[in-house]
Design a protein around this ligand. Structure first.
Ligand code: FEO
Length: 162
């Protein structure tokens, strides 16, 4: 069954959001790199790569359902943050927004009785739980390390392993 026009448009918007997520995290990675936190930079760069995979998963799905992927401009991400805590507060905030947007897609799939899209989106629902949990975890560790250079460097080294 072909995707409805409404669903096709909504999935295309999500493709754009995932590309933006990638762009945002790469920009955050560059910021961390500029502060010589190469572990944080590494983690964010890997996250940026994951977001590209999310975008491509949706992109491929649109074609599988005989839809048409249409690429739009990607917004310019910010390039400056106050500090590492600010970066990860914004990662978490961003992931919460993405979760909301996946839920909206799920609502639409249910409304249209588009079971295939619902099934595909389940993967994203589960993925968002992980995405929010890992952002929250790093944020909490960062807050605990505040003012303690050694703890911060240890965390940076740990994130270099991702
Ligand atoms: Fe693609 Fe981080 O959600």
């Amino acid at each position: 069954m072909k995707l409805s026009e409404k669903m096709e448009k909504a999935l295309n918007e999500q493709v754009n959001k995932e590309f933006y997520s990638s762009y945002l995290y790469l920009s955050m990675s560059a910021y961390c790199e500029s502060l010589n936190y190469s572990g944080f930079a590494n983690w964010l760069k890997k996250q940026a790569q994951e977001e590209l995979e999310h975008a491509m998963k949706l992109y491929e799905y649109i074609f599988e359902r005989r839809g048409r992927a249409v690429l739009e401009a990607i917004d310019k991400p910010p390039s400056e943050w106050k500090d590492l805590v600010d970066v990860f507060e914004n990662v978490l905030k961003h992931e919460e927004e993405v979760t909301k947007s996946i839920y909206k897609l799920m609502d639409l799939a249910k409304e249209e009785k588009d079971y295939a899209t619902e099934s595909m989106l389940k993967w994203f629902v589960d993925e968002q739980v992980e995405e929010e949990a890992s952002a929250e975890d790093i944020l909490q560790k960062l807050k605990m390390a505040e003012g303690n250079k050694n703890a911060l460097f240890a965390l940076d080294r740990a994130l270099a392993q991702r």
